[in-house]
Design a protein around this ligand. Structure first.
Ligand SMILES: [Ca+2]
Ligand SMILES: [Ca+2]
Ligand SMILES: [Ca+2]
Ligand SMILES: [Ca+2]
Length: 332
């Protein structure tokens, strides 16, 4: 998430940088033939870059480590966004990582060269207004851009929101010197509460990822924000006949759901009993194929009948929806 096209190894080809829920930034190196398979970015010691918590593919478990933390202590903080920029102005790209939990930002310096990045393996906490940046709305998806056109990079970030906080996009103005950024306390660029459901996906209320660019080419920077909208289409006013029809559809839907559930149960029971008799993995697989083959058409038909009825009901009584989209916010 928080992905970026950037030439991370200064070879003239754009690379694709992205962090994921496994807790580490990944890069797809660009070349003449396009992009390579993504690989995890590593530090100078060859260890994967991360904040603290991560998914370990060998152990198949969520683990935490303090090795990259400023205080050396493991914490429940997973890096899910990453962006490269020259933080200290020495000509090579450094890395900013945002954590999902608590919405912190960490910077990790590159002590290699533009063409051979070598990251220190130690994260430094990003401060805002003299205190560590924290946002209870979770997730910081950062972007660095000269918002106030004074020649230095300012920081814009979006948050997740949801039940634990209000989602928004915030601005940290850089008040520091060249090569030593120092950010003021966050200013709100956009804040959404999502208390009332609109009748169309008019804007994002959750999981806000901002991009900053002069979209309408009028000379100032605007926001492009990806996220989720929660909405519900306006319910039509039903006459007596439609009200009766809705009740009839609901009864049919209930019956269809129950029939579909019973069929799934019967499938599961038969499968369990046949698998119990199977002695080898091959026999188990054959049992699955046999029982699934026996039930598949009927299960598909039952699901289809139920879904069609739901579609008819939705026209009378529109459901709540959560739609991902991208919105443009013009700078006022
Ligand atoms: Ca490159
Ligand atoms: Ca640098
Ligand atoms: Ca600036
Ligand atoms: Ca503009």
């Amino acid at each position: 998430m928080g992905s970026q096209f950037v030439d991370l190894n200064a070879d003239g080809h754009l690379d694709y940088l992205s962090a994921t829920f496994d807790g580490s930034p990944h890069v797809s190196w660009g070349g003449d033939a396009g992009f390579a398979e993504p690989v995890r970015l590593v530090d100078g010691a060859g260890e994967r870059l991360l904040v603290s918590s991560y998914w370990d593919y060998d152990e198949e478990a969520h683990l935490t480590t303090g090795r990259a933390m400023p205080d050396g202590k493991p914490a429940n903080l997973r890096g899910i966004s990453a962006v490269a920029m020259d933080w200290d102005g020495d000509g090579d790209l450094d890395l900013l990582q945002g954590s999902y939990e608590k919405g912190h930002l960490f910077v990790q310096m590159n002590e290699g060269s533009p063409s051979e990045p070598r990251f220190t393996g130690k994260n430094v906490r990003v401060m805002a207004g003299g205190v560590p940046l924290e946002d209870k709305a979770k997730m910081t998806a950062p972007r660095l851009v000269d918002w106030d056109a004074d020649g230095d990079l300012d920081l814009v970030y979006g948050t997740f929101g949801g039940p634990n906080g209000i989602a928004g996009v915030y601005l940290l103005i850089n008040q520091g010197q060249d090569g030593a950024p120092s950010f003021a306390a966050p200013r709100t660029l956009l804040q959404v509460r999502g208390e009332e459901l609109p009748t169309s996906p008019v804007g994002p209320v959750e999981g806000l990822y901002p991009e900053v660019t002069d979209w309408d080419k009028d000379g100032d920077l605007d926001l492009i924000v990806g996220g989720y909208s929660r909405w519900r289409a306006e319910a039509p006013t039903l006459d007596a006949e439609q009200t009766t029809e809705l009740a009839r559809l609901r009864a049919l839907h209930e019956a269809a759901s129950s029939a579909s559930d019973k069929l799934s149960e019967a499938f599961r029971e038969k499968l369990d009993s046949e698998e119990e008799r199977a002695k080898t993995d091959e026999e188990k697989e054959a049992a699955w194929d046999r029982v699934y083959g026996e039930f598949k058409d009927r299960m598909d038909a039952a699901r289809k009948a139920r879904n069609e009825l739901q579609g008819q009901i939705d026209e009378f009584d529109p459901p709540k929806k959560r739609t991902p989209a991208v919105w443009f916010f013009e700078r006022g």
